[in-house]
Design a protein around this ligand. Sequence first.
Ligand code: M6R
Length: 617
Amino acid sequence: MCGIVGYVGGRDAVEILLNGLKRMEYRGYDSAGLATLRAGKLAQVKNTGKVQALADRVFREWSEEFREGMHIGIAHTRWATHGAPTDANAHPHLDKAGKIALVHNGIIENYAGLRKMLEAKGHVFLSETDSEVLAQLIGALYQGDLLQAVSAALLQVEGTFGIAVLDEAHPELLVAARRGSPLLIGLGEGESIIASDAAAVVSHTRNVIYLDDDDIAEVRAGTADIRNLHNVPVNRAVSHLDWDSGAAEKGGYEHFMLKEIFEQPDAMRNCLRGRLDDTLHTSVLTGLGLEPRDMAAIQRIVLVACGTSLHAAMVGKYFIEELAGIPVETEQAAEFRYRNPILGPHDLVLAISQSGETADTLAAVREAKCKGTLVAGMCNVVASTIARETGCGIYLHAGPEIGVASTKAFTCQVTALFLLALKLGRGRRLSRQQGAGLVATAKALPELVAATLKLNDKVAAVAETLASCRDCFYIGRGILHPVALEGALKIKEISYIHAEGYHAAELKHGPIALLEAAVPVVALAADVPGKDKMVSNIQECRARGAPVIAVVSEGDEATLTSLRPIVQAIIELPKAPLHAVPVLCVVALQLLAYHAARLRGCPIDQPRNLAKSVTVE
Ligand code: M6R
């Protein structure tokens, strides 16, 4: 995810900016850059690759003497969204005159229209980014007052931003603003640091101001004057940071996994942003590059993936088959190429991979392309190998996932698959009214996930039942069967408890022999078709003495009444529309796995024997 640092004060700006970028490296990025003022003129360096590569270049190209007097600047690490990771797309971006520099986190949704408008006025763009459009818009509106120009530009943009702006004409001033993308200002002795992440600030000062949405600030050495975009002063309290820098990287959470679990409402908002059409009641998936006619011609979909991404695919199969009536196969990517799959001209192969680098999924993409099939990708990492080789697809925009256990990528994959099902469904059998209902479900998802996260303390208490066991089962039916598989995968990879994910009906065809008092069962009885049968399956488990943790939907009194007397614990999910239930369920299971692993003292973010990205067969 992109990171911003800005500095104004009496010290060496370049050193502070580079250190700030290094502190944010954990977030993941693909390019980095900085801009500063030298003798009243803008100087900047930016390139793809690591912050160290940027630092090496800065120190090579700018001698100590050259760097003297550089006491103000802005810097950025970029995680590509619009345009590939290239030197040109890296930040900072400049206005037309090359006198104003900007770094930007977030997404400017109406950038295409703004770009056209500026091009018509003679602006030439050097990058493919939405951020450069904002830089040039600020320049176009500039009449000597930087704050005014930035406010005027921000009033024209739709989307999200955290920005820091530097202007040759104001060598003592930075302008910072935010909407939907975090930004804070650290106030030190005679110096100020703007950052998107407390990790870049804590080693300099603990006194910080968090900007609110639509705040804009004039930041000078040691001071910040904050207004709204209409130039009305606003008061923001100075908070005291009591994190050390390690904790700051994790946003105050004990582990990246927990941070990423809690980031899910925001990750899903980013995944949904600009993708819902309230006029046609459908979704907008421009990255697929398919016209409605191409969509209508698809007769079969094959979803290929590994691990957690495969479980997301299995949920997606339910969505697409139900909403669009198109047959879907899910396929373990490692098998795909070896079994010589039968593919036709009306098939779509969709490769789902958070990293976009998984060797087996990539091999499946190559095999499908070789057979002349339409192949698309669903990746989180922009310009990853699968994203490049498929050339079209749906980005998750979940932000970098650092914890080895995939969490926010899964919920965003399911969200994106829901959008795909909606798109395909509206092109076929869904009415406007049905489309409108599904759009409403998609919009409600982030808040429903936020409500589920409020169960954290309750789930932590329930996790004690699991933490001491050696073996356990996760069971589900229908759309919750893949969720049971994902819950079991999550707990085994981070807590090392042996967990089996099973279809609840399959249990009695063998594994039920293993059930006893020491083998708990996590039973997914939330409100989806098949939940009544789950109650019988739970009774079968209880009859063998297995303790049961049941996941149920709030307000489902019939199920709650049957289960309360027989199960050991109940996790009650917020009441939600059918298609949201698998997502809420998995969030509860992520927390369950996390707390079981924490209670067992496991190295949660880096479990033994596992890598974040599996690039070998
Ligand atoms: O990057 P990908 O989505 O292709 O990765 C696939 C699996 O390796 C991954 O989902 C793995 O199962 C996770 N560690 C599970 O949490």
